[in-house]
Design a protein. Structure first.
Length: 164
C-alpha cells in the first residue's frame, strides 16, 4: 500500500460543493481518504482571475497503480466539467493533482510525481503540513516546515474550516 497525496481545488461554480463532490468520487472510485485537510482559500497562482480558489489536500492508502489513479482523477475532472485549453493557467471547476505517490519519483510524458510545482505553492504545502506534520519530501528530504519557510509564494491564503 502506498500513501498518496492528492491536491484538490477549483475556483468556478460552487467551490465547496465541488470539493465535496470530488472527494466523494475519489472515495467511490479509489478509496476513502485517511486524512482531509481544512479548506484553504487562495488567490489564483500564476494568472489573474477574479475568483479565489478553494483547495484541500487528502491522503489515502492504496495499492492501485499510479497510471490508474491518473485516469480516475482525469475522469472525475471531466465529470465535473473541467475544460482544458492549451493557453496556460485558467479558472476551472476542478483540478486534481497527484502530489506524491509514496516515496516514488515518476517522470513520464503525461505525469510527473512529485508534482513539479509543490515547493512553489503554499496552498499545497500548508494543507500537507496540517494533515502530515512530520512529512518529508521524497526528493529533497526536506521537512515540511523547511519547505514552507523556503517557499517564495507570497499569495494570500486563508484557512476556511476543517475538513471538506
Amino acid at each position: 500500500m502506498e500513501t498518496i497525496y492528492l491536491g484538490i481545488g477549483g475556483n468556478l461554480g460552487n467551490r465547496l460543493e465541488n470539493i465535496n463532490s470530488a472527494i466523494n468520487h475519489i472515495t467511490k472510485d479509489i478509496v476513502r481518504p485517511d486524512k482531509i485537510s481544512s479548506v484553504y482559500l487562495s488567490e489564483p497562482w500564476g494568472f489573474e482571475h477574479a475568483k479565489y480558489f478553494t483547495n484541500v489536500v487528502i491522503a489515502l492508502k492504496t495499492d492501485m497503480l499510479v497510471k490508474d489513479i491518473l485516469q480516475i482523477v482525469l475522469n472525475i475532472e471531466n465529470k465535473m466539467k473541467r475544460i482544458r485549453t492549451s493557453s496556460g493557467y485558467q479558472g476551472r471547476t476542478m483540478d486534481i493533482d497527484i502530489l506524491y505517490y509514496g516515496n516514488k519519483v515518476i517522470k513520464t510524458q503525461n505525469l510527473e510525481i512529485p508534482h513539479p510545482k509543490i515547493e512553489d505553492r503554499l496552498f499545497v504545502l500548508l494543507p500537507i503540513k496540517e494533515i502530515s506534520p512530520n512529512f518529508c519530501s521524497p526528493v529533497s528530504g526536506k521537512h515540511i516546515n523547511n519547505l514552507i519557510i523556503e517557499c517564495k509564494d507570497k499569495s494570500k491564503i486563508k484557512k476556511l474550516h476543517y475538513g471538506a
